[in-house]
Design a protein around this ligand. Sequence first.
Ligand code: NAD
Length: 295
Amino acid sequence: MSKIGFIGIGNMGAPMARNLIKAGHSVTAFDLSEAALSAIAKDGVDIASSVENAVSGADAVLTMLPAGTHVRDVYFGKLFDHAAQQALLIDCSTIDVDTARAVHGAAVAKGFAMVDAPVSGGVGGAAAGTLTFMVGGDDAAFSRAKPLLEVMGKTIVHCGGAGNGQAAKICNNMMLGIQMSSVAEAFVLADKLGLDAQKLFDVASTASGQCWSLTTYCPVPGPVPTSPANRNYEPGFATALMLKDMNLALAAAKSAGVDVQVAEKATALYAAFAEAGGNAKDFSGLITYIRKDSA
Ligand code: NAD
């Protein structure tokens, strides 16, 4: 069983750390938030007073932080200087590809094995241990990371070299964000044309309009009882996070010289919805903004 240092035990990190404990690993965690630390202390996780205390002597270090800037702060701030040379570094945060590759390059230059391993599956998947991990890094680092990731996830995909896990995550979520905006527009249009939402669902869910945003996260209440639309768009997947991922996709597209006009338009819609009060609502709540705008 491994000794694991875990930095960032928020909504996702805490349930992931709990699953590592359940599997018999020892976990020492650090977070800037006292509330996050005290919430996990009762679950068998040792609490560290700093990044250096959490990582020193660990076989593996996991980070689950909000964005690239936090990942840079933690790795270049203390982590690289205090982790044992043989420690495997696993960054599960969703961040921009350029930062992921820069941190990875620095890790390798300092002699560490590292993977980027962002996740899909949300807080529910983190609690159930059914996350999908998209992993970037060399074969040897992937082989070392896989058994730990399998404790927290069901599907572990090796996407290629450094940063490719982030690339997969960003491309997937760009598709998701665009899909949801198109499904929302279609339901608003159907309503204006006098077509019942359930009828559109019955047709599109078995026809070529079929997609996850329709069949799992249907943005109108009724057709999919478990979708956030049935609970006043409580997340779920918050608009703030969708907007963050869309902006990461736009930044990656700019850096790679790819024209992503549809993604740009969808991002502007999420930004307007967030600005109008939808930031903490599920991203499928975008339909309420489109409906108002079309009234
Ligand atoms: P969160 O804000 O709940 O947790 C992040 C934690 O990091 C916080 O507790 C914060 O205090 C801590 N932190 C920030 N800077 C720190 C530092 N310098 N040192 C130590 N701790 C620090 O966020 P989350 O929902 O757990 O998401 C984490 C990552 O996972 C994000 O990149 C997010 O995009 C991604 N993600 C989230 C979901 C989701 O549904 N919540 C799904 C997939 C991916």
